[in-house]
Design a protein around this ligand. Structure first.
Ligand code: ADP
Length: 260
């Protein structure tokens, strides 16, 4: 079967479409680019960490991937569609930093998780099956016992798990996490990464933006090290052995809480 025939039959498109596909992307908020000539492909089921010093363009790159910003040059695709036109929000679960979650409305954990079903039911009511999916998501993240508690009354780690449950209830196949464990206690951090591992083994693609390099090197299969351009993209073990970190972070650059 030729590529064109495969595409026409629909088989090729579903089996091989990258989750994220950036090609020669350039973007600047002003005339000076903050990300330059970035090409990056993330396939279904991968566990990828994006690391780089403060101001290296990690958040900008994430926004370009998700279509919240449009490249000045090059192309950005999400699940095969131009990112800025992608509108199947249910396929994508986003977990922000703990700090921004504290502004959430005082609703219960179950209500947060139910929100994950809304894209599936439109304006209709949740069916018994939807409610079952919500319960299963709560179970998976170990939050069934906290379902009726307000999210404002949870620890940082519990709150992050509730947001993951919302993504699971939405049947997301991509989880994007932006420094999800900032402000979360060490014990919960471990449980949180264990959960991500389990979800990834179940087939969910994970894109983790992290400044905590120990978490990255323990968890992700692949590291993308960024400082305006890509300094390294490959298996985590190779990243650890490489000099990419020193080159990307330089001497002037700093980690949060780790000034050189
Ligand atoms: P990181 O997430 O790695 O800390 P960012 O993507 O937030 O990096 O920032 C990359 C660069 O773009 C920085 O120099 C930052 O100051 C600049 N920047 C980020 N957001 C904006 C914005 N909304 N307007 C102008 N400049 C911005």
């Amino acid at each position: 079967m030729s590529l064109a025939e495969e595409e026409a039959s629909g088989h090729h498109a579903t089996a091989a479409t990258p989750v994220v596909d950036l090609s020669n992307v350039v973007f600047g908020y002003t005339a000076t680019p903050v990300v330059e000539d970035i090409s990056l492909r993330i396939d279904p089921g991968e566990y990828v960490a994006i690391v780089g010093p403060n101001g290296s363009g990690k958040s900008t790159l994430m926004k370009l991937m998700l279509g919240l910003l449009t490249p000045d040059e090059g192309t950005a695709r999400l699940f095969g569609e131009p990112s800025h036109r992608f509108d199947d929000g249910a396929r994508l679960g986003y977990v922000a930093q703990h700090a921004s979650a504290s502004k959430e409305m005082p609703i219960t954990v179950r209500e947060v998780v139910k929100m994950g079903r809304f894209p599936h039911v439109g304006f209709g009511r949740l069916t018994a099956e939807d409610r079952e999916i919500v319960d299963r998501a709560l179970d998976t993240v170990g939050m069934a016992g906290f379902a009726d508690r307000r999210v404002t009354q949870l620890s940082g780690g519990q709150r992050q798990r509730a947001f993951i449950a919302r993504a699971l209830a939405g049947e997301a196949d991509l989880l994007v996490l932006d420094e999800p464990t900032v402000g979360v206690d060490a014990e919960s951090v471990e449980a949180f990464y264990d959960l991500l591992d389990t979800l990834n083994e179940g087939g969910i693609t994970i894109l983790l933006i992290e400044h905590d390099l120990s978490a990255v090197t323990e968890q992700a299969e692949r590291v993308v090290c960024l400082n305006r351009e890509i300094y390294f993209d490959g298996p985590t073990a190779e990243f650890v052995e490489s000099d990419a970190l020193a080159r990307a972070f330089g001497t002037a650059a700093t980690f949060v809480g780790d000034r050189q």
